[in-house]
Design a protein around this ligand. Structure first.
Ligand code: SAM
Length: 228
């Protein structure tokens, strides 16, 4: 599966993609991730990618034409094997189900915006618009990495057998994963509070442990809510 990310800050991706699971997935040929500098698709000497908004207002808007050229150049496959995604806070909220759905494509092209946003006409040549949450970041680079990582983890072979995604949060009925503990059995805080691992997990009774874990998987409505 290939991810192509269009950005005006290609260096942002360097360190993240060279570490851990995504680095291994690329090395093993399970995932290919290409970063494209949008400025390579401009036609003026200043390599301009933005201009002021029609109708006035603050900030700059990314122009449609360089993005149009970039997409046409990068798209490798017939349209139904390639998914073109615009990252925007105005898009559909990204979920684990979307991550799973995206693994069916051979190529995912992700457009990372900057400035005040992107010329709305770009919507005409993308397949979908994705938001990673109801907040505004300065650019689409982090959202692009979030989408790449969430989808890549679901490609068979990307996670080692000790890192299975089968029981992870949202893999089943939208519930979140059960709580996890590791050594020590009792963790004592500076104010002498004893934080203990639930006894059931020390029992060695795998059937009971499985039952306990199932009971602890939280439905979205039961998750902790932010303070009001
Ligand atoms: N003015 C825009 C608005 O209010 O909706 C925000 C633009 S934001 C500063 C610049 C770029 O960051 C966007 O074009 C988008 O690519 C990216 N971005 C910011 N927040 C995002 C989010 N929650 N999900 C996906 N992309 C986001």
């Amino acid at each position: 599966m290939t991810f192509d990310i269009i950005t005006i800050f290609p260096n942002i991706f360097d360190s993240y993609l060279k570490e851990s699971i995504l680095a291994r997935a690329q090395k093993n040929g399970l995932v290919e991730i290409n970063i494209h500098n949008l400025r390579d698709y401009t036609s003026d000497t200043h390599r301009t990618v933005d201009d002021s908004p029609y109708g006035g207002g603050v900030g700059m808007v990314m122009m449609a034409e360089p993005l149009y050229r970039a997409i046409n150049d990068i798209r490798a496959a017939p349209r139904n094997d390639t998914r073109i995604i615009l990252l925007t806070p105005r898009g559909k909220r990204f979920t684990q189900r979307d991550a799973q759905r995206l693994t069916q494509y051979d190529q995912i092209i992700l457009i990372a915006g900057r400035y005040e946003g992107i010329d709305e006409r770009v919507a005409e040549f993308v397949d979908e618009q994705i938001s990673i949450g109801d907040f505004v970041l300065s650019g689409g680079e982090l959202p692009a990495l979030a989408v790449v990582e969430a989808a890549s983890r679901l490609i068979p072979g990307v996670l080692g057998k000790d890192e299975s995604s089968r029981e992870e949060s949202f893999s089943d009925e939208n519930s979140s994963e059960y709580p996890q503990y590791t050594r020590p059995e009792i963790f004592i805080t500076d104010d002498k509070k004893e934080l203990k691992v639930p006894e059931i997990l020390l029992s060695g009774n795998h059937a009971e442990i499985a039952k306990w874990r199932k009971s602890k998987r939280k439905q979205p409505t039961k998750r902790p809510q932010p303070p009001s």
